[in-house]
Design a protein around this ligand. Structure first.
Ligand code: KIV
Length: 281
């Protein structure tokens, strides 16, 4: 039987259901197809693709066209998980009109089911307008990587009383604006727990402790394809860099020693045909 697609209402209904939401990033067809064979709930086409797929040092140079391109690839691979596309830097900050138009492109051209954008109170009017257009919005507060220059780097947010009050208020404003879920990134567990209690919509944590309604990680971090990136919040469940390096080294050795390709990988002429062919050697 074909698995039922995960929907936005199904994600919202997870709140207080006793079953956590699990989310991972995906950027291409092959990974999306593989991840969709598991019970993962959400595939986020994150603007982390700037670092993971494009080799940039941060997310700031990712364009809307980049996210559309990657979302289309992910959509071709995944038919069960909910596909959420990230709105990149400067694709929603300028005006409400710009935000709605670009969110629409991620749905229409990227074929995402929902969008995610960063920020709290200051983007609430955009979230409201996008939701009014019929597009589900996932919020994202705390350590929002598109604001790293304002933060002075990747620093845990909400550590002082005033900062924590602001993050808590941001979360409430996003819920009021109509967000269906909220990513809490890089904040103390105590604050994430409070916000999770405050809200009717589910929280999805990354570097926010275990009390959120769900967890999200960058897939390359989880499987050890980004081994030099070792922040505290990442757990590596596999060491695929080692697996790939060993496989490629073995391939190189076997090509040099003519072990590969072996007879089982080689096409041969039938004996009769072989006799008719005039080979020099
Ligand atoms: O871009 C991204 O990958 C993200 C998640 C890690 C939350 O925003």
């Amino acid at each position: 039987m074909k698995a039922q697609p995960v929907t936005v209402p199904a994600i919202t209904a997870r709140k207080n259901s006793g079953k956590k939401i699990t989310a991972l990033t995906a950027y291409d067809y092959s990974f999306a197809k593989l991840l969709d064979t598991t019970l993962i709930d959400i595939l986020l086409v994150g603007d982390s693709l700037g670092m993971i797929s494009q080799g940039h040092e941060n997310t700031l140079s990712v364009t809307l066209e980049d996210v559309i391109y990657h979302t289309r690839s992910v959509r071709r691979g995944a038919h069960r998980a909910l596909i959420v596309a990230d709105m990149p830097f400067m694709s929603y900050q300028v005006s409400v009109e710009q935000a709605v138009t670009n969110a629409g492109r991620l749905i229409q051209q990227g074929r995402a089911a929902a969008i995610k954008l960063e920020g709290g109170a200051r983007v609430a009017n955009k979230v409201h307008a996008i939701v009014q257009a019929g597009i589900p919005v996932m919020g994202h507060v705390g350590l929002t990587p598109q604001s790293i220059h304002q933060f002075g780097g990747y620093k845990v947010q909400g550590k002082t009383f005033l900062d924590s009050k602001q993050v808590r208020q941001d979360a409430k404003d996003l819920q009021k604006a109509g967000a269906f879920s909220l990513v809490l990134e890089g904040i103390p567990q105590e604050l994430a727990t409070e916000i999770t209690h405050d809200l009717k919509i589910p929280t999805i944590g990354i570097g926010a402790g275990s009390k959120c309604d769900g967890q999200i990680l960058v897939i390359h971090d989880l499987i050890g394809l980004n081994p030099e990136f070792t922040p505290k919040f990442v757990k590596r469940y596999a060491e695929l860099s080692d697996v790939i390096q060993n496989a490629v080294t073995e391939f190189i050795d076997e090509v040099n020693s003519e072990v590969f390709p072996g007879p089982e990988h080689t096409y041969n002429l039938k004996k009769v045909a072989l006799k008719k062919v005039n080979y020099d050697r």
